[in-house]
Write a protein that binds this ligand. Structure first.
Ligand code: PEP
Ligand code: MN
Length: 345
């Protein structure tokens, strides 16, 4: 249920409603918009008589929430959540943050080389996997803590904050000690123990969409994190499975971007690298994702993709990344003048 307060509701009226629902055992989230205050209720709704709340001074209406996700629901919080990672912000109308770096953290020299190059081209954050969830147990699993130290060294050299994947709830403390943002990968989107653990951490989280997840399942995964208290969550559309994986690794679900923006106040970014699996598709699909309203971009970049320890075929070279960044600047300017696109975004 949500309680929509009247435009001119006073603070004591809001407090009275909060006290009433508190007595009934509900947890609340209060969203203070420019126009009005919306109170979200979390708890057993059978115990609530909506008319008793409607009768309170300053209440405009009491409405059921149409979806099972609550804290991340835009009905609960009409304004966009802004997620902050150092100086980088995700959400709202600001410039697009761009996260770039290799799939796996390989050597310290390579991390520093790629960090300098992507920063020079305009990237605002670095990425790289130190813990790799690989389909095969025989594939490179990542350097673990050593990889986090290589990322830390690249951050010290360039000032770029970094996001890195976490695969085990037991590692939240370790990874949070180094990382500016924790990534939950597609394979772990419904690892509920992991979601709860990052929900209790104080680091922003990037939540990738699961390999074959519906949009509701994805938002329910975000709800697991948010319901533990951490609402600094960035959603990441990275493509879903289809019957054809010969020409593209996944189907990048572009329509999901404006859909989740309608359903949720959380920012959403696009990952065309895992979304396509092919280098030549990364730039056009990055631009498509941003055109339909993604708040930012994550791409895999490698100085020598043919030597990459993982995901070489989808990694941009340093030159192609620089070219993409030039194209994005032009795109950002032209999009603001297109009304139809603006409406969908
Ligand atoms: C990654 O970002 O390197 C990764 C493993 O992504 P995904 O979880 O989307 O496959
Ligand atoms: Mn990868």
């Amino acid at each position: 249920m949500i309680i929509v307060m009247a435009v001119n509701a006073s603070e004591p009226q809001v407090q009275h409603v909060l006290d009433r629902v508190g007595e009934l055992g509900f947890q609340t989230t209060v969203s203070r918009g420019v126009e009005r205050i919306v109170i979200g209720l979390i708890g057993d709704e059978s115990r609530l008589n909506p008319d008793a709340i409607r009768a309170c001074e300053g209440v405009n209406d009491v409405m059921p929430v149409s979806k099972p996700f609550k804290v991340v629901n835009r009905e609960f919080q009409p304004h966009d959540t802004i997620v902050t990672v150092g100086d980088v912000t995700f959400g709202g109308d600001g410039p697009w943050p761009v996260i770039a770096g290799p799939c796996s953290v390989e050597t310290p020299e390579m991390m520093i080389e790629v960090a300098h190059a992507v920063k020079a081209s305009g990237a605002t954050m670095l990425r790289g996997g130190a813990f790799k969830p690989r389909t095969s147990p025989y594939a490179f699993q990542g350097h673990g803590e050593l990889g986090l130290q290589y990322l830390d060294a690249a951050r010290k050299e360039t000032g770029l904050p970094f996001v890195t994947e976490i695969v085990d709830p037991a590692d939240v403390g370790l990874v949070s000690k180094y990382a500016d943002m924790l990534q939950i990968g597609a394979r772990n989107m419904q690892n509920f123990a992991l979601l709860k653990a990052v929900g209790r951490s104080h680091r922003p989280v990037m939540l990738k969409r699961g390999l074959s997840s519906s949009i509701d399942e994805w938002l329910m995964a975000a709800e697991y994190i948010a319901s533990e208290g951490n609402t600094q969550i960035v959603l990441c559309e990275r493509g879903i499975r289809s019957s054809d994986n010969q020409y593209t690794r996944n189907v990048l679900d572009l329509a999901a971007i404006p859909v989740v923006k309608k359903l949720s106040h959380l920012p959403v970014i696009v990952d065309p690298s895992h979304g396509t699996g092919k280098r030549y598709l990364v730039s056009p699909m990055a631009q498509a994702g941003l055109t339909v309203g993604a708040h930012g971009l994550m791409v895999e970049v490698h100085p020598r993709p043919e030597e990459a320890w993982s995901d070489g075929p989808q990694s941009l070279t340093l030159e192609l990344f620089a070219e993409l960044m030039r194209d994005l600047r032009a795109l950002e300017a032209s999009l603001n003048s297109n009304k139809a696109i603006a409406a969908a975004r």
